[in-house]
Design a protein around this ligand. Structure first.
Ligand SMILES: [Zn+2]
Length: 182
């Protein structure tokens, strides 16, 4: 899978930058490198954290040093199982679940009738559900940190038309972002 690139706020440092999607997060170049180092040398990072007695180390000492041991690397290629299913109006949907060690870590849904007008709002609602559930699953099984920013981003990307339900929720939640200069 080729990572897609675009300019938005980095999930790591919060800077506006060209981002690369890695493992469900979107990082700037610096943070991509940092994340790679953390994944490659978790033991070294942990030791350095305790040696320099960083704030991070103190704040999270109840969970683990630097909170690093909970982070699991998501491989580039995941096994996926596709389910064919129908809703109550007999529209056919395909639900794909990506698995890691037998655990569901991401879920997607699609329909053969993507262009169908009356399905647009249902598609955006289902996209909202699957994007948010995927966020939760990555949190549960991979230790990915949840933030308001990520929640809003997933809602925003689920929207297909102005003022559909995810767009409406995005606009409401946006007012709670504290550190945004808009
Ligand atoms: Zn960054």
């Amino acid at each position: 899978m080729t990572p897609e690139k675009h300019t938005e706020r980095c999930d790591g440092c919060g800077k506006e930058a060209e981002l690369t999607e890695t493992h469900g997060n979107e990082f700037c170049r610096e943070c991509v490198e940092l994340a790679a180092t953390i994944q490659k040398k978790p033991e070294t990072i942990k030791r350095i954290c305790s040696l320099i007695k960083s704030d991070l180390h103190h704040e999270q000492s109840t969970t683990s040093e630097c909170g690093l041991s909970v982070l699991q690397d998501l491989p580039e290629v995941l096994d996926a199982v596709r389910y064919r299913t129908r809703d109550r109006e007999l529209n056919t949907w395909y639900v794909s679940v990506s698995e890691l060690d037998g655990n569901p870590v991401e879920i997607f849904a699609s329909t053969a009738f993507d262009r169908d007008d009356h399905l647009q709002s249902r598609i955006s609602n289902l996209t909202t559900i699957t994007r948010l559930v995927s966020l939760i699953l990555r949190n549960v099984f991979l230790g990915e940190v949840l933030t308001l920013e990520k929640t809003i981003k997933q809602l925003q990307r689920s929207s297909r038309q102005k003022n559909d339900l995810p767009d409406m929720l995005t606009n409401v939640l946006r007012s709670y972002r504290r550190d945004v200069e808009e």
